[in-house]
Design a protein around this ligand. Sequence first.
Ligand code: ADP
Length: 167
Amino acid sequence: MAEEVIVYPGSFDPVTYGHLDLIRRGIKIFNRVIVAVLSNPFKESFFPLVERLTMLREATQDIPGEFEIDAFDGLLIHYMREKQIRLVLRGLRAVSDFEYEFEMALTNRRLSGEVETIFMAPSENYIYLRASLVKEIALRGGNVGEFVPPNVERRLLARYREMHAMS
Ligand code: ADP
């Protein structure tokens, strides 16, 4: 295989079973997957970067194969250049993802001609799973055990309790 390493970037705020599904699929095809968690000064995250990284590490403990969890800020293409990686992995859920993902892929290609984006579809069970929706459900007291691993569910529940203790 000519290309061995692929970067899977995202906010992972928090990691869901959809993300984990994609990581597993990526590992089967590429020799190494680098999950790169974005620290974005323009967009406030729900969980701080350190917590997002910890949750990902905990949730991927049992996944066999070659992968790494890293953090980056700034532009993805700069991170990739520094690491000398050319491939980006992104998930395509429903059609609703297409426009945004296509825009990102083509913009990254414009910024750096070497970058190539590979899209993968998750298992059908996760087609409508997005982190923002999971947070909304959890913070309104709903059960999210079907969508996120137990370590993430615990943290969401703790946040829910904190918020309700304050109000
Ligand atoms: P989200 O859109 O859930 O807030 P991220 O910004 O962390 O997620 O997304 C990182 C990448 O993971 C994106 O390419 C996104 O399409 C993909 N992804 C997120 N959730 C899923 C899912 N349920 N199935 C497949 N890919 C997903």
